[in-house]
Design a protein around this ligand. Structure first.
Ligand code: DLL
Length: 435
């Protein structure tokens, strides 16, 4: 038996359309019941997993009951590659995307026409929250293709009524020429690639703060408040965070408001968040840091039930869009936690520290080695143009002692000449593991 499609809904784009918290909770229960039934009726994996956990969709009466249902992980997607978790006949799948992932085989995700419509809605809502308006020129430098960044932003920007410039990633000089010529107000790009654009503008003798850009919507990788200060200072724009993942939909799962810049509002009318203890799986109360887990509430093609993202964050009450809870900026992925002689550290913590040292650029990478069976972390950074090679040793000392003091971990610091570390054109690879 195929469950009925989710009921038609009024789209929510502007804050004026937002429900009250009570309305939202009621909507979430109805949609969650639908989504669990949909997954159970149409995906063998979910049916088997529910039976094994001794739960049935009819057992869900309120949101707390979700804790009885089993988790899903990336491994489930890999094991059912490519279409094994789809809940609709393949003919109803209008689009697929794929993520190569840093480890292992690709995973494929899919969308019905109705799913694409909702994706456009949540991305349009994100763009508005970020400060975009209908009629804006939007320069979209997220990669187009199997990655969800380019086409995901595109569909939402079109829905909002922006003039989209679909540049995709790469060819930095052309990016800059287009920014100069087409005068965009908004740019969407990974923060690491935007830094590479800023460097190139400066090399060409331009002042990056002199462009028409007013808002940068940065995501697809972790970045810190210290990086926000660096980018806003150099580029003279508002830098806000956008989050998402292909398994849930792509960009547009949560968005930071340009007015408050205080974490990302989760669009929980479509994606129900939980934060769990990554070791025990226990659901944590809001305000506690743990692993973010999502359940889709309206997705047809690829329903996800309690999907473990691996991303670490904290849920908090809404502010700019009060009905929707916020998540803190993602600290990092659980897999990106480096354990150096017993001390846990994320690249984002090192980023905070190195951006506090005048004389260093924001480009960095973390290299892990294991000489003499002891883990060693080398932080590779770059000195700024206004320093000399003689400053390198002092800067390395400053960085190593600041990291020791602020993160409690002993690192080697290597300070390279300006412009010598690889620049990313998409997601930056922060960790190089040679162990
Ligand atoms: O990166 C979707 C996206 C595109 C988001 C453009 C924002 C902008 P995936 O390639 O599936 O999808 O990678 C998802 O990237 O689980 C996080 O680990 C990380 N990630 C995404 N956005 C952020 C962010 C897209 N704002 C994975 N902060 C996620 C930190 C992020 N990490």
């Amino acid at each position: 038996m195929e469950p009925t499609p989710p009921p038609a809904h009024d789209p929510i784009i502007d804050a004026a359309d937002d429900p009250s918290v009570d309305e939202l909770r009621a909507l979430q229960v109805t949609r969650l019941q639908w989504s669990l039934r949909h997954a159970f009726a149409n995906v063998e994996h979910h049916r088997d997993a529910f039976v094994a956990a001794d739960v049935h969709p009819d057992d869900l009466h309120d949101l707390d009951d979700l804790a009885r249902f089993p988790f899903m992980t990336k491994a489930d997607l890999r094991d059912h590659y490519p279409f094994g978790l789809f809940a609709v006949p393949r003919e109803q799948v209008a689009r697929v995307h794929a993520s190569s992932g840093t480890t292992g085989k690709a995973t494929v995700v899919g969308y019905t026409a109705a799913d694409l419509d909702i994706w456009g809605e949540v991305v349009a809502r994100s763009l508005v929250t970020a400060g975009a308006r209908p009629g804006d020129v939007l320069h979209n430098a997220y990669g187009y293709g199997l990655f969800t960044g380019g086409l995901g932003i595109h569909i939402g920007a079109q829905r909002l009524g922006c003039t989209v410039v679909p540049v995709s990633g790469g060819r930095t000089d052309r990016q800059i020429d287009l920014i100069v010529d087409l005068e965009p107000r908004i740019i969407t790009v990974t923060p690491s690639y935007f830094l590479a654009m800023l460097d190139r503008m400066e090399e060409r003798g331009m002042d990056p703060a002199g462009t028409t850009l007013e808002v940068g919507i940065f995501g697809a990788e972790p970045w810190t408040d210290a990086m926000r200060t660096e980018i806003e200072g150099r580029a003279g724009l508002h830098a806000v965070d956008i989050y998402g993942l292909s398994e849930v939909i792509g960009p547009g799962v949560s968005q930071e408001s340009v007015d408050t810049k205080d974490g990302l509002h989760v669009w929980e009318d479509h994606f129900l968040p939980e934060v769990i203890d990554p070791e025990t799986g226990e659901v944590l109360d809001d305000g506690h840091e743990g692993e973010l887990v999502f359940t889709s509430l309206t997705k047809q093609a690829l329903p996800i039930i309690r999907y473990r993202t691996g991303d670490l964050t904290t849920l908090r009450p809404g502010t700019a869009r009060p009905a929707f809870r916020r998540m803190d900026k993602v600290v990092g992925r659980h897999d990106d936690m480096m354990i150096v002689r017993g001390v846990n550290v994320f690249p984002s913590q090192l980023e905070e520290v190195l951006l506090g040292i005048a004389g260093l650029t924001p480009h960095y990478r973390c290299v892990l080695t294991r000489p003499d069976r002891l883990d060693r972390l080398t932080v590779e950074v770059e000195r700024r143009d206004d320093t000399t090679p003689d400053d390198a040793a002092r800067l390395a000392d400053d960085l190593a002692s600041a990291v020791k003091q602020q993160c409690g971990v002993t690192v080697d610091a290597v300070v390279a000449d300006p412009g010598t570390l690889d620049r990313s054109e998409g997601k930056a690879a922060r960790i190089i593991d040679h162990r």
